[in-house]
Design a protein around this ligand. Structure first.
Ligand SMILES: Nc1ncnc2c1ncn2[C@@H]1O[C@H](COP(=O)(O)OP(=O)(O)OP(=O)(O)O)[C@@H](O)[C@H]1O
Length: 628
């Protein structure tokens, strides 16, 4: 189908690299947690340290108890000396349980807050990036990857707590082992190192696979969305596209399945090897401990305590390694989110800029060129013109001649690669773009049909303005949407969106009237309408053009983009585009005066002639009934 390539694989991960970056990544989550809920974070930190200290005291109490028991020998009364250590053990265990439950509760309250904060950062960054970034395939892939970051940041809290817990219990066990016999410490490492390697390798393989298959996963998701989408449902059925999509979906699922099988086989092999190496580690450790006892370097009580410390330390390292692997994996996703936030910031629409006057005397383009990223040919080439306030202009020209691109440039969605656009004297490239957007009302062919109520669909372009029912009704009346809305079961409060229970849908033409009402309600200084009437019947089309032109006023600029030549006849100035260049301009009369050279006049006449003939001439019948 053309998009299931795996070129974004990131297979350059190494265990050392992951370990090195871990403190930085955990630090970032801690910083996020600090900003989100300081109190819970401090509680978690203090309770975890408390549990580590408790573990050390527990082992020391066990050691004391063992000494007392072994010193008693066959004298049962001597066992009472073990009683204080036993009581201490119970107290330490109770304190440990209390601290653990306190930590669980604080971490539980922290996790959703961190997820919310990370999600907000992610969505805010998405909303702020330039249009070019949103349309850039590579950046979109990063947006997709980064979406898992917020969820993983939440899980990182739990994993970080578990990791801290394991480290502290490990330090406690290590300290006790060290005090018993320093030779025991490296043995602890020997026992758990193979397991650590195994768990890390499996996580690494899984992440590398996810990354190399991310495009594949996206494509599968697109296919399943198409199969369930309301808008595609028609062609899916009538054109039999469903079978085509299903066939591709199945092929892609089979390919993904074989990747899962490969991962499972690799995991099984790695785990088997790690277990074998760990067995060797245990064998060597116990051999050393027995020989230490036999040579009188270690007492039997110390043997017992060392066995417990080894057990607790090994469990600690085991838990640490597995949480490290989780942290490693989670941190990679959080790193994606961090990378996205940095790159989104680089590609964000600047926050500040020079202020713009709300009603500029003119907007001028000086030798403006613009090339879409990834394209070699500019969509707009060295275009120069001026639009005075109070005028109505039209952009006309064949398909692909650059009209919509000019609209995007005028509305500040793109900045020119060369040349300048100025609002009065202010260069748009240096202007406060958010302010510029607030002065523009844009109605395009593909305007959004928001899955909200009819009223919200009208006021959404000006959602911070209090919308009185009268204001909404006036905009609906203006666009002719009033009668369509009146026919809806809950009028303005009817939910427009078939995907919801109780939702209603409108016809294409009815939606266009809603779009026009939205443009009216927004009440901006520059109103841009790009092919606004494609779904309207002739009466409605005529009326829509009259309404658009009726929006004109001394404080406004109207930019009309259309292929309907009759509609531009009465505008103040017509700009004719061809292959990205402005090739003609003037009023209807001026352009006609330039006949026969005038492209505009030719286009106009061609369309007028079509209207003169009531029907398209019937083509000659092909001799066979074979489809083309
Ligand atoms: N988002 C985009 N990314 C890359 N290229 C684009 C994009 N939009 C348009 N183009 C290209 O820029 C050129 C000008 O397109 P534009 O949409 O501005 O023309 P237009 O005159 O509005 O066409 P139409 O009348 O068909 O709407 C075309 O070659 C088109 O393929």
């Amino acid at each position: 189908m053309g998009w299931s390539t795996h070129e974004y694989a990131r297979l350059d991960l190494t265990l050392w690299g992951a370990l090195k970056s871990l403190p930085r990544l955990v630090g970032r989550t801690v910083a996020l947690a600090w900003r989100t809920d300081r109190r819970s974070l401090i509680t978690v930190g203090v309770t975890e340290v408390g549990q580590g200290v408790a573990t050390a005291f527990k082992l020391l109490a066990v050691n004391a108890a063992l000494h007392a028991v072994l010193a008693a020998g066959t004298d049962v009364r001597g066992l009472r000396h073990a009683l204080p250590a036993g009581v201490l053990l119970v107290v330490i265990n109770s304190i440990n349980a209390l601290l653990a439950s306190w930590s669980t509760s604080a971490a539980g309250s922290l996790e959703p807050k961190v997820e919310r904060a990370a999600s907000e950062q992610y969505l805010t960054a998405c909303e702020r990036v330039e249009m070019e970034a949103i349309e850039d395939g590579e950046f979109r892939e990063l947006i997709d990857r980064a979406q898992y970051g917020a969820n993983e940041a939440r899980h990182m809290i739990g994993s970080s707590v578990a990791a801290i817990n394991s480290v502290l219990s490990l330090v406690a066990s290590g300290g006790v082992l060290l005090s018993l016999n320093p030779a025991l410490l490296p043995m602890l490492v020997l026992i758990v190192a193979p397991r650590g390697w195994g768990v890390m390798r499996v996580a690494q393989q899984r992440y590398a696979s996810t990354m190399s298959w991310v495009e594949h996963l996206r494509a599968s998701r697109v296919l399943s969305n198409l199969l369930t989408s309301v808008t595609a449902a028609l062609e899916v059925r009538v054109h039999g596209v469903g079978t085509y999509l299903l066939r591709h979906f199945k092929t892609m699922s089979h390919t993904a399945e074989s990747e899962q099988e490969r991962l499972a086989r690799d995991k099984a092999r790695t785990e088997l090897l790690a277990s074998a190496l760990q067995g060797v580690g245990y064998l060597l450790t116990f051999t050393l401990m027995i020989s230490l006892c036999l040579t009188g370097h270690m007492s039997v009580a110390a043997f017992g305590t060392a066995a417990m410390a080894l057990n607790s330390g090994s469990a600690g390292i085991g838990a640490l390694v597995s949480t490290m692997s989780q942290l490693h994996e989670q941190s990679l996703y959080v790193a994606d989110l961090s990378e996205f936030l940095v790159r989104a910031q680089e590609r964000a629409i600047p926050d500040a800029g020079l202020p713009l006057t709300e009603r500029p005397r003119s907007i001028s383009l000086e030798k403006v060129s613009f090339c879409y990223p990834g394209r070699t040919e500019p969509a707009v080439k060295e275009v120069t013109f001026t639009i005075p306030l109070g005028s109505v202009i039209a952009l006309v020209g064949p398909n692909g001649s650059g009209k919509s691109t000019l609209v995007r440039l005028l509305s500040g969605l793109h900045l020119p690669d060369a040349g300048r656009i100025r609002w009065d004297e202010v260069d748009v490239a240096a202007a406060d773009r958010r302010q510029l957007f607030s002065h523009v009302s844009l109605l395009t062919q593909t305007f959004e049909r928001w899955p909200f109520t009819a009223g919200t669909n009208i006021r959404i372009g000006q959602h911070d303005r209090t919308a009185s029912p009268e204001g909404l009704a006036a905009s609906a009346l203006y666009s002719g949407a009033d009668t369509d809305i009146a026919a809806l079961p809950r009028e303005m409060n009817t939910l427009l969106g078939k995907q919801f229970r109780g939702g209603h849908d409108l016809s294409g033409g009815q939606w266009q009237k809603i779009g026009l009402a939205r443009a009216h309600f927004r009440d901006a200084c520059m109103i841009i309408v790009d092919e606004p009437t494609s779904a309207l019947d002739p009466d409605a089309e005529q009326r829509a053009f009259e309404q658009i032109l009726g929006l004109a006023g001394p404080d406004r600029i109207i930019v009309l983009v259309t292929h309907r030549m009759a509609a531009v006849r009465h505008v103040d100035h017509i700009f004719v585009m061809h292959e990205g260049r402005l090739v003609e301009q003037g009023s209807h009369a001026e352009l006609f005066a330039a006949e026969p050279a005038s492209r505009y006049a030719r286009m106009y006449r061609l369309q007028a002639e079509q209207y003169e003939y009531p029907s398209v001439p019937r083509p000659a019948r092909p001799s066979t009934s074979e489809p083309a």
